[in-house]
Design a protein around this ligand. Structure first.
Ligand SMILES: [Zn+2]
Length: 536
């Protein structure tokens, strides 16, 4: 009761600021009136309402109609509940005209076995840096999809803006406004039903307390940000397909965390996955430093090197690392509504959170534009060194015999191929060392661009840094909290209970590229049953 008058005052002094037109998301920007604002299409200003999935689509389509030479919308699938999964490609007129050509050139740079260095250099000289910004994987982390719209608008409408001009000419920006549209709409529908005429800042107000299961998860209650190894859900499986077409150099997954926090960006906290290269780790700091430049300029609070580690490869913000990209999570303190009172009695508004994700998005694009050539060269070098290491290291290939559980082995091989890993299948029995393997056995050669991903997925153990483990043990003795974010083990042969032999020699025999199929159709042996069928 004591705090009531204070909070009432804060609320009263806050309320009139809704709809206040003087609020500037990017101070000093001048915008072309031919590009429609959010207000013109959806009837409110950015941050004044939480945009539902239909609104996200409608606005991006309106931008595309107004500037078809600079923005194109692509479908990449459908959620379980039938909502469209899309991304918008934004860039200069020249780049948007030749998107297919750009994709093609990227695929050539991605395979040094077919593209020698001199050819790669030529391709790189003409290629833009592709950056994929992924918003809203957790449907109740609400600010990032609205920031996606603002980012697209700013890129199309800002005039006489050096950063925007440089981004448009040097970067192809791919914006996925919401990875989890079913969860997003579950949140928005509840919020709209629970809210009153004025937003309630109290964390215990109905509008801040979404009922189970909440908007975080998708239709089948999957946390999509833990589905990047298994690829069990259409939202992530289809996103991976789209990412494999583009192989973006930079991928950002924009999230939210508790209301009392501030903002997080790279560098991550320890431990890092040992299969990330030293160059990837140093390049991440370019992005962190540029973000901190803008956050300092605008006075936004943030932190780095705490909480969010880079060990588990199955988050959205980790998967792209393993084809050679730079991959990052950005985390904004969440309002879960339009305004919330934090435990220190300050107010956090939805509009501010949208602005922070928007500024971080533009800052990321600026960094990618400035470092275009370096990022492309690093990507090529990553793929070259992966193949070289795979040829030199003691483990030359993984052999997956189908003996223990044929269907589980097929499924594992199918998933590896969906990740872009090359898998071969023996056409006839073959010998490796002293052992003989049957026809149908899978062989995963290590001398390929995806080598580091194969190692972290198939090795029985991904080693954690010794110093970090020692520090964890010391914390445990003192009964202090662990500093590991969550998942620490994921070896797929163990999860699937299939045999995986790490072989020190390259098998010779008759092999063909396996075809991606998680479920290999069964066959009927003998004639039609009169009593029952036996399924091994
Ligand atoms: Zn999240």
């Amino acid at each position: 009761m004591k705090t009531f008058p204070i909070s009432l005052l804060l609320l009263l002094s806050f309320s009139p600021s809704y709809g206040q037109k003087a609020f500037e998301f990017w101070p000093g920007a001048t915008y072309d009136s031919k590009i429609p604002t959010l207000h013109q299409i959806l009837g409110y200003d950015p941050g004044d309402k939480v945009t539902n999935h239909a609104g996200l689509l409608r606005y991006l389509e309106a931008l595309s109609s107004a500037a078809p030479t600079h923005l194109k919308v692509f479908d990449y699938g459908e959620s379980w509940e039938g909502r469209k999964l899309i991304y918008a490609a934004i860039g200069s007129e020249a780049n948007i005209r030749k998107l297919a050509e750009i994709k093609n050139a990227i695929q050539r740079v991605a395979d040094p076995r077919k593209t020698p260095e001199a050819d790669a250099r030529k391709l790189i000289a003409a290629l833009p840096a592709v950056v994929w910004l992924s918003y809203g994987v957790h449907g109740n982390e609400i600010s990032s999809p609205d920031a996606a719209l603002l980012t697209a608008y700013h890129l199309l409408a800002a005039r006489n803006d050096k950063i925007v001009d440089e981004v448009l000419s040097k970067v192809v920006v791919l914006i996925d406004p919401t990875q989890n549209p079913d969860g997003r709409d579950r949140f928005v529908n509840y919020f709209e039903q629970a809210r009153g005429l004025t937003p309630d800042a109290s964390p215990s107000a109905a509008e801040h307390n979404e009922p189970w299961p909440g908007g975080r998860v998708n239709h089948y209650l999957f946390d999509l940000n833990r589905d990047w190894i298994g690829l069990t859900q259409p939202e992530i499986l289809n996103q991976v397909k789209a990412l494999r077409e583009w192989l973006p150099l930079v991928y950002v997954d924009l999230h939210e965390m508790g209301a009392d926090a501030t903002y997080f960006f790279t560098p991550e906290s320890d431990p890092y996955n040992p299969h990330l290269t030293p160059n990837q780790r140093t390049s991440l700091t370019l992005f962190g430093k540029n973000n901190s430049k803008w956050f300092d300029k605008y006075g936004f609070d943030y932190f780095t090197r705490e909480e969010y580690d880079a060990f588990y490869p199955g988050y959205g913000a980790s998967w792209p690392f393993y084809y050679g990209a730079l991959s990052m999570t950005y985390e904004q303190a969440s309002v879960r509504g339009l305004v919330v009172r934090r435990s220190d009695e300050t107010l956090l508004t939805f509009r501010d959170t949208v602005r922070h994700h928007f500024v971080a998005s533009i800052s990321t694009l600026e960094t990618a534009a400035v470092n275009r050539e370096k990022l492309l060269n690093d990507f090529y070098a990553y793929r070259v060194s992966a193949i070289e290491e795979g040829g030199k290291e003691p483990v030359k290939e993984y052999i997956l015999p189908r003996g223990r559980d044929a269907s589980a082995t097929d499924k594992l091989a199918g998933i590896l191929m969906e990740h872009g890993i090359e898998v071969n299948r023996a056409k006839a029995p073959f010998k490796s060392g002293e052992k003989e393997y049957a026809a149908g056995t899978y062989v995963v050669p290590m001398a390929q661009p995806a080598k580091r991903f194969i190692r972290t997925l198939l090795d029985p153990e991904t080693k954690m840094d010794d110093k970090f483990v020692a520090a964890e043990e010391a914390r445990r003795k003192l009964k202090e909290r662990t500093e590991i974010y969550d998942v620490t083990a994921w070896s797929l042969p163990l999860l699937f209970n299939v045999e995986a032999i790490a072989s020190s020699t390259v098998s010779t025999g008759a092999f063909e590229p396996a075809t991606p199929a998680r479920i290999v159709p069964g066959r009927l042996h003998g004639s039609t049953a009169s009593v029952a069928y036996l399924v091994p």
